[in-house]
Design a protein around this ligand. Structure first.
Ligand code: ASP
Ligand code: MG
Length: 460
C-alpha cells in the first residue's frame, strides 16, 4: 500500500492511514510506502534553491514550518514513550536540512547528489512518524529507508532502477521484519546507487517505489491510495459527467499517466506489468469506494474510446529544413537535442513531401526548447539552410485512449466528427500503430468542448 502526500498530509489523515493499514493487516501481509507530507517536498526544494542564491533567512523559516508540521503530528498522535524515540530522529533530519542548506548558501550552488539527499528528507520523516503511529496503536511496524532497498544508477533527480540488485537487496533487507510479522513503513521517492549515495526517482516517484518493491517481493497486489476515487473517463473539471472506470489495462494506464491524468507516475507500471501484479487506485478519503483496477486484460468493453485526457498548456513547434536538410537529419538533430535536455514531447508529426517536422511540448519547456534548438541549428539558420523555428503557442493536446480502438474502423472518424460538429478546428493529429491512443492539438480555449464532445460521442 502506498499513501501519497495528501493521504499523509496531517495528523488526522495519518490517523486514517493507520486505521486502513491496521484493518487490512488482519487479513493479509501489508507493506507500506509513504510519500512526504503534502507540500513538504516543494518546501525542501525551494529552500535549497533560495539557499544557493545566498538567502540565509529563507531556510530558517522553512525549517520552522517543517518542524512545526511534523511535530504537530507527533503531539497529536503519539504517546510520550513513542515521542521519546521519534522526536530526536526528526530533529536529526532537521539538522541535516539545516546543514545542507547552510552548505548550499556558502558555496552558492547545489549539486544534484546533495539535492536528492535533501529533497527526500520529507519521506524519511513521514515514514518515521507513520511507523510510530502504527506501533502506538498496537500494530508492529518499523520505518525502513528505501536507500537500503532500491538500487539505481547515479542519474540524480530521476534515477534509473537496477532491477536485479534491487530485487536481491529488497528481499534480503525485508526478510527479518516480514518473518517477525512487522510491517515495514518504507520511504517513497528515495533510492541509492550501488555505492550507497542517495538518489530520487523523479517527482511523484513514490508510486514507482511502491511498484518496484511489490515486484521485488512478488506482492499479490499494489494499492495506490490517493485523493481521487480512481481513474476517470475524463477530468471532472472539464466534464462533470466523468465517471470512474472500474478496470484499465497497464498500457492504458501508462498512456493516461503520461498525458497528465492524475493516475500514477508514468514509470510505475513497468515493474508490475512484467509480473502481472494488479494495481488498484483507491481514495484514502473514501476507502469504501470501489477504485480502479489496473490489469493485463480488463473485462471487454465496447470497442472505442475508454478515457480522454488532455494537456492544456502546450505549444507546437515546426522545424522546416527547406530543400537543404533532409527530414531524417532534422529528426536526428532535433530529438538528439531534446533527449540530451530530457525534454518530453507530447506528440510528433511529419508532413509528407516537405522536410517539415512538427512536435508539441509543454509550455513550461518552450523557452528551453527554443534556446537549445537555435543553438543546435546555429549554422543552418545562419546560412538559411532552414527556416526560422515556428512556434504556435496556447494550444491543448487532447488524447483519446482505449486499447479496444485497435482494428476497429471508424473510431477516428467518430472522434473527429464529434469535435468538428462543435466548430473546433484540429491543428495537428497523431496516432501510433499500436492504436492505443489518438492525439490531436486544438486551441487551448477549446479544450473543454473538445473533450466533452468525444466523451458524449462514445457515451462515456
Ligand atoms: N514527495 C515526492 C514528490 O512530491 C514523491 C511523491 O510524492 O511521490 O515529488
Ligand atoms: Mg505524490
Amino acid at each position: 500500500m502506498k499513501f501519497g502526500g495528501t493521504s499523509v498530509g496531517n495528523a488526522e489523515r495519518m490517523q486514517h492511514v493507520a486505521e486502513i493499514v491496521a484493518g487490512h493487516a488482519q487479513q493479509a501481509e501489508v507493506l507500506v510506502v509513504v510519500s512526504a507530507m503534502g507540500g513538504v517536498t516543494d518546501i525542501l526544494i525551494r529552500a535549497a534553491n533560495e539557499a544557493s542564491k545566498g538567502d540565509r533567512e529563507h531556510w530558517k523559516n522553512a525549517r520552522q514550518e517543517l518542524a512545526r508540521r511534523h511535530r504537530e503530528v507527533a503531539d497529536q498522535l503519539l504517546p510520550a514513550t513513542e515521542q521519546a524515540t521519534v522526536l530526536p530522529r526528526l530533529a536529526e533530519r532537521m539538522s541535516d536540512f539545516e546543514n545542507l542548506c547552510s552548505g548550499f548558501s556558502l558555496v552558492r550552488e547545489i549539486t544534484p547528489r546533495a539535492m536528492d539527499t535533501l529533497s527526500s528528507l520529507g519521506e524519511v520523516m513521514s515514514a518515521t512518524l507513520m511507523a510510530s503511529i502504527l506501533r502506538s496503536q498496537g500494530v508492529a511496524a518499523e520505518a525502513v529507508d528505501a536507500t537500503e532497498l532500491i538500487v539505481t544508477d547515479d542519474h540524480y533527480g530521476n534515477a534509473t532502477l537496477l532491477l536485479e540488485e534491487t530485487t536481491a537487496k529488497t528481499r534480503q533487507q525485508l526478510a527479518s521484519l516480514r518473518q517477525r510479522g512487522v510491517i515495514p513503513v518504507i520511504t517513497g521517492f528515495r533510492a541509492a546507487t550501488q555505492d550507497g549515495y542517495c538518489t530520487t526517482l523523479g517527482r511523484g516517484g513514490s508510486d514507482y517505489s511502491a511498484t518496484i518493491i511489490a515486484a521485488a517481493v512478488n506482492a499479490d497486489e499494489v494499492w495506490i491510495w490517493t485523493d481521487v476515487d480512481g481513474v476517470m473517463t475524463a477530468d471532472p473539471r472539464l466534464v462533470p459527467q466523468a465517471r470512474i472506470i472500474p478496470e484499465v489495462s497497464y498500457r492504458e494506464a501508462i498512456e493516461l499517466s503520461f498525458f497528465g491524468a492524475k493516475v500514477l507516475h508514468p514509470k510505475s507500471i513497468m515493474p508490475v506489468m512484467k509480473k502481472q501484479i494488479p494495481v488498484w487506485i483507491k481514495n484514502s478519503f473514501n476507502p469504501a469506494g470501489m477504485g480502479t483496477r489496473i490489469v493485463v486484460a480488463p473485462v471487454k468493453a465496447a470497442p472505442g474510446v475508454k478515457a480522454i485526457t488532455s494537456v492544456s498548456k502546450a505549444s507546437l513547434i515546426t522545424v522546416n529544413g527547406k530543400d537543404a536538410l533532409g527530414l531524417t537529419q532534422l529528426v536526428a538533430k532535433v530529438f538528439g537535442t531534446l533527449s540530451l535536455e530530457e525534454i518530453p514531447t507530447l506528440m510528433v508529426t511529419q508532413s509528407s513531401a516537405d522536410n517539415v517536422l512538427c512536435f508539441a511540448v509543454h509550455d513550461a519547456d518552450l523557452p528551453r526548447v527554443k534556446a537549445r534548438l537555435e543553438k543546435a541549428f546555429e549554422l543552418e539558420l545562419l546560412h538559411e539552410y532552414m527556416a526560422a523555428l515556428e512556434v504556435m503557442p496556447h494550444l491543448a493536446i487532447v488524447v483519446a485512449v482505449g486499447e479496444n480502438m485497435k482494428g476497429t474502423p471508424g473510431i477516428a472518424g467518430r472522434a473527429f466528427g464529434a469535435v468538428g460538429r462543435q466548430g473546433i478546428n484540429i491543428i495537428a493529429i497523431a496516432q501510433g500503430s499500436s492504436e492505443l491512443s489518438i492525439s490531436f492539438a486544438v486551441q487551448a480555449p477549446e479544450v473543454k468542448e473538445a473533450v466533452k464532445a468525444i466523451h458524449e460521442e462514445f457515451h462515456l
